[in-house]
Design a protein around this ligand. Structure first.
Ligand SMILES: Nc1ncnc2c1ncn2[C@@H]1O[C@H](COP(=O)(O)OP(=O)(O)OP(=O)(O)O)[C@@H](O)[C@H]1O
Length: 782
């Protein structure tokens, strides 16, 4: 039957799928898998290494194929190419009649069951939840999933199905992984070392099951194993070495042909015979030994492709593959497609280079592959999206610790910021040296509040804010010493005749002389190492003088403003006098908290999933990358709504930061920025291979982004050339928008507000496009 999902035709057995059914798979296809002259190169430039080296393979439908080979010979690479997770540099792969990854091939998808080497299971899920997740991906009926669970539990001796995977032993976990590959009854089973860590009895039962699947249901099985002897039960064995198949035969024929008692000995014999034939070996050998020694190296045997390894190019023309696939193909070289490979081994600069150059015939294959894959974006399927979203929610909410952290961390961060930032400093010690006081009278500060010029120094000190602690010192030198030792933030000094000199200064007006001016001054020496404290103390002392002077003028029945600076700050257009720094920072903080939480969460979850092989497993099951992205975005977005709500509540209600504009608009812009953060997190996840590098990148972006975006300092304070960089940051305009809403009460009709919205949307699209480009480039590079 044919299930059309997400714009791609996927063939799934009829009895298990939800909804309408259709025709089965192409019965005319005799071979389940054919691989022709597969070349797969990892690395670039000097590090190029051909992991698949002109490999040919033919697997009949319904056969069990044992793929044997030493560690690192390329088995997993070959399997990942078969399931469409990697692409060849050249050569051809046909799986179940079609090239993997082409629309409607069902590979990757429900036609194939893949058990990767790594566990690739959600550790917090129970066995039932694990199978149900994949059941939803394949759109299977839950009744079928449950009956399969019961059957496989018995067959594989699984523990109770409600046990979380993380509580199972290593062997039990591998059996669950095996069950995931089996349970949807795919036409082709690809198992990468399924029997590792499994006891002999269970291994026997697993092989029996594979034989049963092959004989009674016609399913094809490809299985890699390091236990060579267990592969005797396979119909065909492919022995692999250095990216090539040495032989492809039935176990009995191999034993008869080589007259050896075990497959292990056959493998050993073939390996010894093959020594020096691998291109990689030859390249390494030739690249590392002088030419006169290289000439004496053993020459490759006649039945293998011959190559020259001198300074000139050597071309290997390989004949067209025998399309009559009824006979088993020789392992290497004689039955291959028209692919010319140029091997360039250069011993210049002690470096060697391997180049794969496609010929005309090879170009056709490449072109076909290109046509079928490039820029094919299928519509997301509803059932796969449902499965992914459910799975993401289960992962998020399963662990109560993570749940609490997720929701309360941003609110906690907002609290920490609000408690610690932007407030006036208190307990600032200032040394007071008042030479007006008489030491013989115990330096007592007696002053009157009427219009008399007496002890004005003491009268002034009364107006200094409580934030300053006044510490009396007897002399300027001891006070300055205290300042140098860090005991006080500054020294305030009044001269002997401060009051008299001030009186003269007042009465003389413009005729006053400079000596009088100097003697009537209040001299201050500050420890200016802390700019913020310096600014605050200066402001408070000037304010104190203003208040003192007004009070004195009032008591003398003069105009209080007389003699005051002729500069006045009237009521502000927006905001209020002495707007606290916290109010300036709050919008930037809200946005940066939500943004960076989204960045690190998205990047972390996504990379972890990929690193554990979970992403690969889902993709092999037919999930598309766009669906994975949407699934994560839906999940993260709901988490973000909760986080944003808590951050706003914390800022507005607990710390009473006023929002003069439309709160809904402010929340909308914050959520948009969270979305930008998620997209940036996705970009990090697509760029990074492991959690550490993702974490490093997201952390590395935190400080520059926060600082450049004007969270804690006005952009107007940056060098002129740097401002364009600041405005190009994803957060800058959004922060300006939020600030305009919070402090000015502006609405969406103002450019400053809607610019933030438009630029956030533009960033979302730009980042998503970058993600898709990186995904595509990495897919082709891998
Ligand atoms: N992404 C990669 N980039 C570079 N080299 C890689 C990559 N993946 C695998 N290799 C290398 O390719 C070679 C073949 O790896 P592969 O995993 O296919 O071997 P294998 O036969 O499956 O080994 P094992 O039996 O140990 O699993 C190894 O040398 C490996 O280091």
């Amino acid at each position: 039957m044919k299930n059309i999902a997400g714009g791609s035709d996927v063939i799934v057995p009829a009895n298990r799928i939800i909804g309408e059914t259709n025709e089965g798979s192409d019965e005319t296809v005799v071979h389940a898998v054919t691989v022709r002259n597969a070349i797969k190169v990892y690395g670039s430039k000097d590090n190029r290494c051909a992991v698949l080296d002109g490999l040919n393979m033919t697997i009949k439908k319904g056969a069990i194929y044992g793929l044997l080979g030493a560690s690192g010979c390329g088995k997993t690479t070959l399997l990942s190419c078969l399931v469409g997770r990697r692409s060849l540099n050249s050569g051809e792969i046909v799986v179940l009649g079609q090239e993997p990854g082409t629309p409607g091939s069902g590979v990757p998808g429900p036609r194939v069951g893949y058990m990767p080497q790594e566990l690739a299971l959600y550790s917090d899920f129970s066995i039932t939840e694990t199978l149900r997740y994949f059941g939803r991906i394949y759109n299977l009926r839950m009744a079928f999933v449950d009956s399969q669970l019961e059957f496989l539990s018995k067959l594989l001796d699984l523990p109770p199905s409600d046990r979380p995977v993380k509580t199972l032993s290593g062997g039990q976990q591998r059996r669950v992984s095996f069950a995931v590959a089996l349970f949807h009854e795919p036409e082709l089973l690809i198992l990468d070392e399924p029997t590792v860590g499994v006891d002999p009895l269970l291994r026997h039962s697993i092989w029996n099951h594979l034989v049963h699947q092959s004989v009674h249901h016609g399913r094809t099985v490809i299985v890699t194993t390091h236990y060579i002897e267990e592969a005797r039960q396979a119909n065909m064995i492919g022995m692999m070495r250095s990216g090539r198949l040495l032989v492809e035969e039935s176990p009995d024929s191999l034993l008869n042909h080589y007259q050896l008692p075990s497959l292990e000995e056959v493998f050993l014999k073939l390996c010894i015979k093959d020594r020096g034939n691998s291109r990689n070996e030859q390249l390494t050998e030739v690249a590392n030994v002088p030419s006169h020694v290289a000439a004496q190296l053993p020459q490759p045997s006649a039945d293998h492709v011959n190559m020259a390894f001198d300074d000139s190019l050597s071309q290997i023309s390989v004949p067209e593959p025998n399309r009559d696939e009824s006979s088993a193909s020789p392992a290497n070289g004689s039955e291959t497609p028209s692919v010319d490979i140029e091997m360039i081994s250069r011993n210049r600069d002690n470096s060697s280079e391997l180049t794969v150059r496609p010929t005309a015939a090879n170009n056709v294959i490449s072109a076909k592959r290109h046509q079928s894959r490039t820029f094919r974006i299928a519509l997301p399927s509803s059932y796969r999206l449902n499965a992914l979203v459910r799975k993401n929610f289960m992962v998020t909410f399963r662990n109560i610790g993570i749940f609490v952290l997720l929701y309360f961390l941003p609110a906690f961060q907002a609290t920490v910021f609000n408690v610690t930032l932007g407030h006036e400093p208190t307990g600032i010690k200032m040394a007071i040296v008042n030479d007006e006081l008489n030491p013989s009278q115990g330096r007592v500060c007696n002053y009157s509040t009427d219009c008399s010029y007496s002890m004005l120094s003491c009268r002034y000190l009364r107006y200094i804010k409580d934030n300053i602690i006044q510490v009396p010192y007897e002399s300027v030198s001891t006070a300055l010493d205290a300042g140098r030792k860090g005991s006080v933030w500054g020294v305030i000094h009044f001269g002997h005749n401060f009051t008299e000199e001030l009186e003269i200064r007042q009465s003389e007006g413009d005729a006053v002389n400079i000596e009088n001016i100097i003697r009537s001054r209040i001299s201050i020496n500050m420890d200016s190492s802390n700019q913020q404290i310096d600014v605050f103390v200066e402001k408070w002392l000037l304010e104190a003088y203003g208040n003192f002077f007004q009070d004195f003028m009032k008591s003398c029945k003069f105009e209080p403003e007389a003699g005051y600076l002729p500069v006045v700050f009237l009521d502000p257009v927006y905001g209020h006098k002495d707007t606290p720094y916290t109010e300036f920072m709050a919008p930037g903080l809200i946005i940066s908290i939500v943004y960076f939480m989204a960045v690190s969460l998205t990047a972390g979850i996504f990379v972890a999933e990929r690193q554990q092989g979970l992403l690969d497993r889902s993709l092999v099951a037919g999930v598309q990358m766009t669906e994975v992205l949407i699934g994560h975005l839906v999940n993260q977005f709901t988490v973000m709504i909760g986080q944003t709500a808590l951050v706003f509540m914390c800022t507005l209600l607990i710390f009473s930061i006023p929002c003069h504009g439309n709160l809904v608009l402010a929340i909308f812009i914050t959520l948009l920025q969270g979305f930008v953060g998620m997209c940036f997190g996705l970009l990090i996840a697509t760029l990074c291979d492991n959690e550490n590098s993702a974490l490093l990148l997201s952390q590395a972006s935190f400080l520059p982004f926060t600082v450049i975006s004007g969270v804690c300092w006005p952009i107007e304070g940056m060098p002129f050339y740097f401002r364009s960089i600041a405005y190009a940051m994803p957060l800058t305009y959004a922060i300006e928008s939020l600030r305009s809403i919070f402090t000015r009460g502006w609405g969406i009709e103002r450019l400053d507000v809607y610019a933030g919205i438009l630029i956030s949307i533009a960033w979302i699209f730009a980042l998503l496009i970058m993600c898709l480009i990186v995904i595509r480039v990495r897919k082709y590079a891998s």
